[in-house]
Design a binder for this molecule. Structure first.
Ligand code: GRF
Length: 222
């Protein structure tokens, strides 16, 4: 059997890092097409850094408040990331808006996960807003990052049903479980060379993706 040539990815976090942990677990499976070259955090107290430490993954802390401007912070982030020459850069609960120059530098190889069914509910407090809007479904989206916040082309989504008496916390928990399935799957596809962004068009297995891929398996109205 020929060994899989694994691609290195860099993961950016700001907090708990549960998505990072899910990605790390996937990277450790025998058929994984990727490994985590490094984790970068803008916060020294991000819990995800403990996971990186325990797993022996290189990590860097880049406190945004130490930089005079967003551009200066982003330039430093870019330097740190590029030192690892990653095939893919992954935002996983990274809570800083990135400047246009940064986004352009990684165009087509910068992914984000957003806890809503984009284009619905960009920005923050997505779970509460989905409940208040009376939605019957909610979920998570993985998208290529573009200059506008949460507006890049969506690659794939995973849906959950909103049930009677749901609250934002319960809903967030169920969506997060979906994030942990969805993000590793998309990263694996990207690192297998199955996904590409040309212009605004996503190609999946060399065919134009006309709508976001829907991960099967979890939607149920109890
Ligand atoms: C996730 O819901 C992610 O989609 C959002 O922030 C949360 C981060 O969770 N942007 P974690 O740090 O991966 O646990």
């Amino acid at each position: 059997m020929t060994a899989i040539e694994k691609r290195g990815i860099v993961v950016l976090i700001s907090g708990t890092g549960s998505n990072f942990s899910a990605i790390l677990r996937r990277s450790q499976a025998p058929d994984s097409q990727f490994f985590i070259s490094a984790v970068l955090s803008n916060r020294a107290d991000a819990k995800g850094l403990d996971v990186a430490r325990a797993a022996g993954i290189p990590f860097e802390i880049c406190p945004h408040q130490n930089y005079p401007s967003r551009a200066a912070f982003d330039q430093q982030m870019q330097r740190l990331i590029d030192a690892y020459q990653p095939y893919l850069v992954v935002l996983a609960g990274f809570m800083r808006i990135l400047s246009d120059g940064f986004v352009r530098h990684y165009r087509g190889r910068l992914l984000n996960i957003h806890p809503a069914l984009l284009p619905k509910f960009k920005g923050l407090n997505t779970h509460q807003r989905a409940l208040e809007a009376g939605e019957s479904e909610h979920g998570a989206s993985v998208h290529f990052v573009s200059e506008d916040l949460d507006s890049g082309t969506v690659i794939a989504q995973s849906r959950v049903a909103i049930v009677a008496d749901d609250d934002a916390e319960r809903l967030a928990k169920r969506v997060l479980q979906q994030e942990h399935r969805l993000y590793p799957a998309v990263i694996q596809w990207f690192c297998q060379g199955r996904l590409a962004l040309r212009g605004e068009q996503i190609y999946f297995d060399d065919r134009p993706l006309t709508q976001a891929y829907q991960l099967e398996g979890e939607i149920s109205h109890e």
